[in-house]
Structure formats: C-alpha cells, structure tokens
Write a protein that binds this ligand. Structure first.
Ligand code: SF4
Length: 291
C-alpha cells in the first residue's frame, strides 16, 4: 500500500510518540567537545540512554581527558563501562576510534569540524581508522543540532520494516525522506527512538514483534501475519485433504483386494468352456456364410 506524504508524516509522528512512551525521550548530553559527543554515540550503541549518560559521566569524572582514555587499557575502559552494566566489549570500538582520531590529527580534538561542510565531515571520517560509517552523520546533525536527520543502521532497518523507506533505500534517500516529513526539531527525537527500538525490540535478526507497539503500523509485521494466516489456511485444507486421501486409499485397497481375490479351479474351467463355446459358434457362423 502506497502512503501519501501526509499519511507518512502522521505515521512518523505516531511512531515517535509511541516509542518515546516506551523508551523515554532522548536528549543529548550537554556537549563538551565533539570527541565526547562521538564517544557518547559509541557507548549508546551498546547501552540504553541513561546507562550511556552515566558511563560518559564516569569517563569525565575519572579521566583527565579523552587522550587518557585512549592510552588506557581495554580492561580499564571496559571496567568503567561495566560499572554501568554495559558490555566491556564496547571498549574495543571506543579505543579504536580514539586511536584513529589521534593518528589522523596528532591530537585528541575534532572541534575543527564545526566549520566544515557536511560532505567534508563525511570525507574526514572515511579516513579515520575505526570510525563507524554512520558516526559522521551523527556528528553532522549535532554540529547544528537540526541540520539533518542522521541515518544509522538501526534507523534504516526500522524505517524500512515500517514501510516508510524502501527496503533497498540508500542512506541519502532515507535522510531526505525523513527531512521532508518532520520538523528539524524532531530529528533527534526520532533518531534516539529508532536506535533504542532497533537495539531492544526491532532486532536485525528475529525482531521481537509480539512485544512491539508498532505492529499495526508495521508493513513487515502485517506481511508476516498474512503469511502465517495463509500457512494456517493451508493446514485446514490439509486436514480436509487428508480425509479425502484416506477415503481414496480405502477405496483403492478394496478394489485391489477384489482384484487379488483367488479364482478357484471350477470357475476357471467354466470360464474356459464358455470361451471355447464362443469360439465354436463364431467359426460355425463364418463357414455358414462362406457356403
Ligand atoms: S512490529 Fe516487528 S518489525 Fe515492525 S517495528 Fe515492531 S519489532 Fe520491528
């Protein structure tokens, strides 16, 4: 079913309010630097919003700066994360991206990006080892808070399943779709809501649809329900079919039994006599006709 622009806008607003009801409203932590903003994004990928905020605060309180975090061991960074129930494995990408920034900049700062055009920011991150493909877009959206909707893995997947973006939609197509449908002030609300939903419910593999409040709005789920219903229908037809097949089999077996019934000797001789008599009558008729 194709939705009009007005329907899509309405649907997107409904999605935001429904997800915020479930996961709470997402807000950026107050920004101290772009590096910090980026680290927050990395933590948030492995934690819920409040856990990510608390972990970020721990890094702020317990380390002199982000360079100290960079040179710390994975065990130390992991322990800080673990204090907030975040998997210590999240330390690996954080350390990698911090090392990547340092190796390209020779310092631990990204503040120069504030003056760059979005495409320059994207280009810069393409050259940073360990940087996720979507972190550039995230930072661009934070540079001017309402510049654009940052498309991420989770956002793309959830919007695709909800039927708002095509399954093969490119990042820029998804971005312009959202940009055209909602107000810039709502980009970040949608962004946080989609990431939370993608991490907790609309998982990449086997989404937890039964627990999802968006089921009536979701094209993927509606298709799945239809498929299930078709499967059930087939099952019922199968039952009737089974009965029919059983009756047919019974009939067949009876006929086979009948065919296989042993013929006694007397009947056989009678049959042969009858056949011979028929042959005789036939030849007599033929000779009569000749004379
Ligand atoms: S119903 Fe399922 S596929 Fe659709 S948004 Fe919810 S979790 Fe994702």
């Amino acid at each position: 079913m194709r939705l009009t622009v007005a329907e899509k806008t309405k649907r997107l607003r409904k999605i935001i309010s429904s997800l915020e009801k479930r996961y709470g409203r997402g807000n950026f932590p107050e920004r101290n630097s772009f590096v910090e903003q980026l680290v927050f994004y990395y933590i948030f990928y492995h934690a819920n919003l409040s856990g990510a905020r608390k972990a970020l605060k721990s890094f702020r309180d317990n380390y002199v700066d982000w360079n100290e975090v960079r040179v710390s061991s994975l065990g130390e960074i992991g322990a800080t994360l673990q204090n907030h129930s975040i998997t210590p494995e999240a330390a690996v990408p954080i350390k990698e991206v911090l090392n990547g920034i340092f190796s390209t900049q020779n310092r631990m700062s990204l503040d120069f990006l504030a003056d760059e055009e979005p495409e320059e920011v994207v280009r810069f991150f393409q050259g940073v080892p360990g940087a996720r493909w979507d972190c550039a877009r995230f930072l661009i959206s934070t540079l001017a808070s309402d510049k654009e909707f940052p498309v991420t893995e989770h956002a793309k997947r959830v919007l695709g399943r909800l039927g708002l973006a095509g399954p093969a939609a490119k990042n820029h197509e998804t971005r312009s779709l959202v940009t055209g449908l909602i107000q810039p002030k709502d980009y970040m609300r949608l962004f946080f809501a989609l990431i939370e939903h993608g991490k907790r419910t609309c998982l990449a593999v086997e989404p937890l649809c039964e627990k999802c409040d968006l089921q009536p709005l979701c094209a993927y789920r509606q298709e799945e329900l239809k498929r299930l219903a078709r499967g059930k229908g087939k099952k019922t037809a199968g039952k009737a079919g089974k009965k029919k097949a059983a009756a047919k089999k019974k009939k067949k077996t009876k006929a086979q039994k009948k065919r296989r019934k042993p013929v006694d000797r007397k009947t056989l001789l009678r049959k042969k006599r009858r056949e011979r008599a028929r042959q005789r009558r036939k030849s007599a008729k033929a000779s009569k006709a000749r004379h």
